[in-house]
Design a protein around this ligand. Structure first.
Ligand code: PLP
Ligand code: ZN
Length: 374
């Protein structure tokens, strides 16, 4: 394989080779970025390429691994005149996380660690477990107590060890990080390892291709740790600096009102989240992150795009799930948050005013069940 781009700390510039098992900045313990600034291929050269996210090879930091599951190229379907949905629940493990997990696992396969560990509210862990199974790598996934039983079943089915942790999502992350400090361990962190973001960015490369070389006015994304949002910002920057779009879309971020550290910081005009917010129970378990490590980057990306943060209530989530199901789309309760915000009754829908928007439907309904029945 040709040389991998270095990772570096966006706070203090410390550089770390991608081929090292070090998972965070040794100076400040923060998440890392990737020194990778590719130029996307023009639209007309994309014909006759693989029907997966690997068709954007110029933009990806690694070559297509032999264990690809054909991830990516999900359909875009209209919901209303202005709003379309991208069906990212139609991925090999039924969530958008496959976009990033396949890149993390390709990196791990290159390093051949003794163990791959991940922490997850369920979907990222499922995805890492599946790709590790396919790549022949042993895997352990740290999950908070109370994770959806269907997600645990799916992780175990792929042969990964499930490590339930009491004390919530943050405690699961701490336990995984302690394990990640052990010798020979690769931390497949969707938060700290920037390869994940260079996978999620293909969501926007696909939108650009499907819309004939344009992007919608508004891209709406759910935000817990912000991996889809930061991936989207990377792709927009790549397309814009290559002159392939002339206007950048507004990135609108959605959180559950029950756990909304970023929306709160946004309202206060803060540029970071310094204290974890108190956690209330929420149907949107996948975005219930009280202190996202990339908070500063997420807030900046939304601000620079001209977007904003929005919150949705538990009732809005329930109604959005039923509404999508009534249109033939069965989506997990976290995955409906963006539609809850963007439909007419939601906080963003009321202000869209004829602008075109795309919402992701990020996870399959069978993972969480129907919230209205819970
Ligand atoms: C279905 C679904 N949507 C959205 C998210 C949020 O992703 P992120 O934490 O990267 O913002 C998750 C994360 O687990 C998820 O499972
Ligand atoms: Zn640092």
């Amino acid at each position: 394989m040709s040389a991998l781009p270095d990772r570096y700390c966006p706070t203090d510039g410390t550089r770390i080779p991608s081929a090292s098992l070090t998972w965070c900045c040794p100076a400040c313990r923060g998440p890392l970025d990737l020194d990778h600034h590719p130029t996307p291929a023009p639209l007309k050269s994309l014909t006759n390429r693989p029907g997966s996210l690997w068709r954007y090879a110029e933009c990806l930091p690694l070559p297509r691994p032999d264990f690809t599951l054909g991830e990516g190229r999900t359909p875009l379907v209209p919901l209303t005149g202005d709003v379309s949905a991208k069906l990212d629940f139609l991925m090999p493990t039924l969530s958008f996380k496959d976009r990033g997990a396949v890149l993390l696992t390709a990196l791990a396969a290159h390093l051949r660690p003794d163990l791959v560990v991940a922490d997850s509210s369920g979907n990222a862990g499922t995805s890492v477990a599946a790709y590790c199974a396919r790549a022949g790598l042993p895997c352990a996934v740290y999950v908070p107590d109370g994770t959806s039983p269907k997600k645990l079943e799916q992780i175990r089915a792929h042969g990964a060890r499930v490590e339930p942790v009491t004390g919530g999502r943050e405690a699961a992350a701490r336990a995984a990080r302690a394990a990640a400090d052990g010798d020979g361990v690769f931390y497949a962190s969707h938060v700290f390892n920037p390869y994940f973001l260079h996978g999620t960015k293909t969501y926007v490369h696909e939108l650009w291709e499907d819309l004939g070389g344009r992007l919608p006015d508004v891209i709406v994304v759910p935000v817990g740790n912000g991996t889809l949002l930061l991936g989207a910002a990377l792709a927009v920057a790549e397309l814009h600096s290559a002159g392939l779009i002339d206007r950048r879309p507004a990135l609108h971020a959605v959180q559950a009102a029950a756990v909304a550290p970023l929306a709160r910081a946004w309202q206060q005009g803060a540029d970071d989240v310094t204290e974890p917010v108190a956690v209330a129970p929420t149907l949107a378990e996948g975005i219930a992150i009280p202190a996202p490590p990339r908070a500063r980057q997420i807030l900046r990306a939304v601000r620079e795009s001209g977007g904003a943060f929005h919150t949705v209530t538990e009732d809005q989530i329930r109604h959005a799930q039923l509404d999508l199901a009534s249109q033939g789309l069965y989506v997990e309760s976290t995955g409906v948050a963006c539609w809850a915000a963007t439909r007419e009754s939601g906080p963003l829908g009321a202000t869209l005013a004829g602008r075109s928007a795309v919402v992701p439907l990020c996870g399959a309904g069978l993972k969480s069940g129907l919230a209205a029945q819970g």
